[in-house]
Design a protein around this ligand. Sequence first.
Ligand code: PGA
Length: 253
Amino acid sequence: MSQRKLIAGNWKMNGNINLIETFADTFSKINLADKIEVLICPPFSYLEKAYGAFKEIGISVGAQDCHHEIYGAHTGNVSSKMVKECGGSYVIIGHSERRDFYPEEDKYFSEKVLRSIECDLIPIICVGENLHERNTNKTETTLKNQLEPFLIRELEKIEFVIAYEPKWAIGTGKIASIDQINSAHNFIRNTISKKYNGEAAGEKRIIYGGSVKPNNCVEILNSKVVDGALIGGASLNSKDFLSIIEDVSKSLN
Ligand code: PGA
């Protein structure tokens, strides 16, 4: 199982065909470091195009969500099988913007994870507290409750990624402090270790998301308990995204 740091761009409902071409052009001139795995999650409609443009330059692609079934009468939805067929290798599940605007019962999150692993996708499972929970010392309770539906026996030996994304840091420019990040990541690691045996628990990557930018990426990604980053805004600018990857890569030498 790969233990490279994962730097993932979540384009959300942004970008266009030109942006894919710009990224392909910018990244074709560099050697992607073997310490870092690079992933872009564009809107679903661009997935196949992005896969075609990025596969030769070593960037993987993924989707921002999937349905909990493979086929069916679910107008407007996309299944993990469809993501796979379009070249996806990852799928983000439970992003806070999905949780807020398209609320779903917890059981569907674990169903989505199961469908994605059946289709050979690596799920990136998002968890994170809101500001009120942070200010009332409920961060760990929230993380535990959000993790619970995912840490099922079927996943013990399966590769998956947890993204710790404090809601108050997403798209706000308010970065969590390195102490807050380390403490949340340690808590998540311990929670996983209580469910799975040591080796299997140790192999799951825990990445951070929330206002990661070129000026703060090195400090965050140099933390030994941070296995990567999920990046929204700064992943929409190919030069910013590249500088994050290059700076982090140099700092890991
Ligand atoms: P941000 O988004 O980097 O713009 O804060 C992160 C995310 O939503 O995954």
